[in-house]
Each structure stands twice: as structure tokens, then as C-alpha cells.
Design a protein around this ligand. Structure first.
Ligand code: ATP
Ligand code: MG
Length: 256
């Protein structure tokens, strides 16, 4: 049975997709079988894994609406050595169209159940909103990985996410827990980064991952080549950090 994790934070541009794609590639390098689910109509995880979102015949959208099987809709990321359930702009319509469906917050969970046995990890890249799509991610998952930038406003909004996770845990998915907060785009030269990082450790203790992802331009360049940073420039600091994070995740799931 795969361990299923959402990468979520309703703030935009905090590094969710970069984390999902590079953790997928990092885990693949550790010989883990990984499915990356793109749950964002922006389709950034799809493109970052080297799959052209403009050329999809079926995607997570059709899977959520019951119009396609997950087995037929998934693709393989050659550059990352993992599978992808891709997304494109069509997915934006799913929010509204799912309103009429039974069990609408569990559509993704049911879809993943059909391929669960083929993977060690399923990673879900959530959109920057606490929407029906994110709710589907949270209902499908065993845990949430929350990427955060260590800046002044980082903690603002975190309580909304934590409260949402608590509600989902209470009402819809008792398996769900916060696996950890991941410090990303970290700049050790900034005093503020150090301060916020220390504050996170104080408040959240061992819920803060040990691995810290530095700000690294190679991670930002990689998507334009359709490659995860981890395979685009394996020697870069960013790639090394995500590989270390993959190892930390493999270790963490032993105790779940
Ligand atoms: P959205 O909320 O729009 O889905 P996101 O949370 O998925 O955004 P990303 O797309 O991963 O965030 O990252 C936002 C931007 O920051 C991108 O341009 C990405 O390349 C860049 N970025 C992410 N992580 C790093 C890093 N560690 N170092 C340098 N640039 C980074
Ligand atoms: Mg994203």
C-alpha cells in the first residue's frame, strides 16, 4: 500500500510544486515507486515533470469526474523516473462540476485506490486555495507536507491550513496528519530567515523537517527544460537538499 501525501499551502508561490516534483524525483532515485498527482489547473507539476499539458487526451479532470480510468490517464515522466497523473486548465471546471456528484470530496481517494498497490509513494501537488480540489487531496492522503518560506508573513494563514486539516481529520479522514513543515527557498544570510526558522522549531518541534531547502536558481531553471531540478543538475545544492529530503521522508514513514 502506498503512503499518500499532499503538498499543501493555500499561499501562492511558496514552493509546493517545486517540492512535489523534486521529492518525487528524489524518492525515485532511492528506488521508490512514485505517482505524482497534479491537482492544480495551472498544470505546473505536469510541465515540470516533462509532460506537455497541452497534449493530454485525458487528465486528472476526467478521472475525478469518472470519465476516464486513472490507469489510462497517467503518464510516465522520463526525466524524473516516476508516474504522473497530469492536469491542465480543464481541471478548473471540476470544482463546479463535482458539486452535483455523490461523495464529491472522496473522488480522488477512490481513484487512487485502483493503483495504490503499484506505488510506494503518491504525492499530490495541491493548488493555492482551500478548495474542493484541495479537499479531495486531503481526503485521499495519510499526511500533509507544508512547504514554507521563512519570512515575516509565513505564519499568517498557517492557522487556517492547520484548522482545515483538523476539520478534515475529524469529519472526513481520520488518517490525516501533518507530517511536517518544510523550510524552502531558505537564505541563511538573512537574519529574518534564521529568526523565523527558529520560531517554527520552537512552535512545532519535531513537526519541522530537519532538511532545509535553500534558495537555488537551478531549481527555478529546471522546469523550463521539463525536468525536476534533482535530475537537471544533480550536483546543485537544491537537488542535493531534495534528495536528502527524500531520504528523510523514507525514514519518517517507518514511524507512521
Ligand atoms: P502556486 O501556489 O502558484 O502553485 P507553488 O507554491 O507551487 O506556487 P512553486 O511554483 O514551486 O510554488 O515556486 C514558486 C516560484 O519559486 C517558481 O518560480 C519556482 O521556480 C521558484 N522556487 C521554488 N523553490 C525554489 C528554490 N528553492 N530556490 C529558488 N527558486 C525556487
Ligand atoms: Mg504550484
Amino acid at each position: 500500500m502506498a503512503k499518500i501525501f499532499c503538498v499543501a499551502n493555500q499561499k501562492g508561490g511558496v514552493g509546493k510544486t517545486t517540492t512535489a516534483v523534486n521529492l518525487a524525483a528524489g524518492l525515485a532515485q532511492l528506488d521508490q515507486r512514485v505517482l505524482l498527482v497534479d491537482l492544480d489547473p495551472q498544470g505546473n507539476a505536469t510541465m515540470g515533470a516533462g509532460i506537455n499539458k497541452a497534449e493530454l487526451t485525458s487528465s486528472v479532470y476526467e478521472v475525478l469526474l469518472g470519465l476516464a480510468d486513472i490507469q489510462g490517464a497517467r503518464k510516465n515522466s522520463e526525466s524524473g523516473r516516476f508516474d504522473v497523473l497530469p492536469a491542465n486548465r480543464e481541471l478548473a471546471g471540476a470544482e463546479v462540476e463535482m458539486v452535483e456528484l455523490d461523495n464529491r470530496e472522496k473522488r480522488l481517494k477512490d481513484a487512487i485506490a485502483a493503483v495504490d498497490a503499484e506505488y510506494d509513494f503518491v504525492l499530490i501537488d495541491c493548488p493555492p486555495a482551500l478548495s474542493m480540489l484541495t479537499l479531495n487531496g486531503l481526503c485521499a492522503a495519510h499526511g500533509v507536507i507544508i512547504p514554507m518560506q521563512c519570512e515575516y508573513y509565513a505564519l499568517e494563514g498557517l492557522s487556517d491550513l492547520v484548522n482545515t486539516i483538523k476539520k478534515v481529520h475529524a469529519k472526513l479522514n481520520t488518517d490525516l496528519k501533518i507530517i511536517g513543515l518544510l523550510r524552502v527557498m531558505f537564505d541563511p544570510r538573512m537574519t529574518l530567515s534564521q529568526q523565523v526558522s527558529a520560531q517554527l522549531e520552537q512552535h512545532f518541534g519535531d513537526k519541522v523537517f530537519k532538511t532545509i531547502i535553500p534558495r537555488n536558481v537551478r531549481l527555478a531553471e529546471a522546469p523550463s527544460y521539463g525536468m525536476p531540478g534533482v535530475t537537471f543538475d544533480p550536483a546543485s545544492k537544491g537537488a542535493q537538499a531534495y534528495i536528502a529530503f527524500g531520504a528523510e521522508m523514507v525514514q519518517r514513514i517507518q514511524s507512521l
